[in-house]
Design a protein around this ligand. Sequence first.
Ligand code: PXL
Length: 275
Amino acid sequence: MKRVLTVQDISCLGKCSLTIALPVISALGVETVILPTAVLSTHTMFQNFTCKDLSDQIEPITKHWLSEDVKFDAIYTGYLGTAEQIDQMKELFRQFRGEDTIVFVDPVMADNGKLYPAFDMEYVKKNAELCAAADIIVPNITEAAFMTGMEYKEEYDESYIKEMLSKLNEFGAKISVLTGVSLEPGKTGVMGYDREADDYFVYQNNRIDAAYHGTGDLFSSSCVGEIMKGHSWQDAMRIAADYTAHTIEVTLKNPEKPWYGVDFEATLPELIAAK
Ligand code: PXL
């Protein structure tokens, strides 16, 4: 069985980060090892959330794993709390990256043109360094605009996305993917660039007019799981994009839906069956 390490926070209530990554990747038949970076009462879109930073646990936990000679087929990082934790991740990659380990970085820090409340430009710079140490990166357009210094645009054409991908590619990851890319009215999806193959990949599905929290984590987690199942990165992105879009649709139809996250629990069987 493939084994993934995922490093992100636990938002106890909120359906994001580890409370999505653990069930989704496990459901795909992949052992999921977790390293929580912080425990929050809820994600940061709630008011008055509590937060306990766990940076001081990273070294003892990883040291123990090293003594147990633990290996990972993939390492997937998502929301991290501090610039210091990003440095800890770079060290963790060095310690646990085997010849075939895939390092997947989702530089979660911003959306809709704005940084999340906890972050500043120092954190952006650190995230760009983390992307440089990855094999696959999946920023959204806002995160990529911050990291590349390009202007954030809501209206754009393919040349803007290609320029952004080219600047991301300069960081050094093998595969750079932009999420939330809309190349036709009414559509949204991903566009990626594979440096070794010098090849672009575009996948668009119908745009649903709703912004839900945790959908980026759902996309990344299903993508990592599908890659571990043996899919190419392009097929994994397609399956993950379809699954995320369909989950938003299903959530919208639920009269009792929570405002803070999507009903991925209802659609997991579809992901497991997806080809
Ligand atoms: O879904 C991204 C995410 C993860 N974890 C925490 C968050 C957010 C987005 O705001 O607040 C704690």
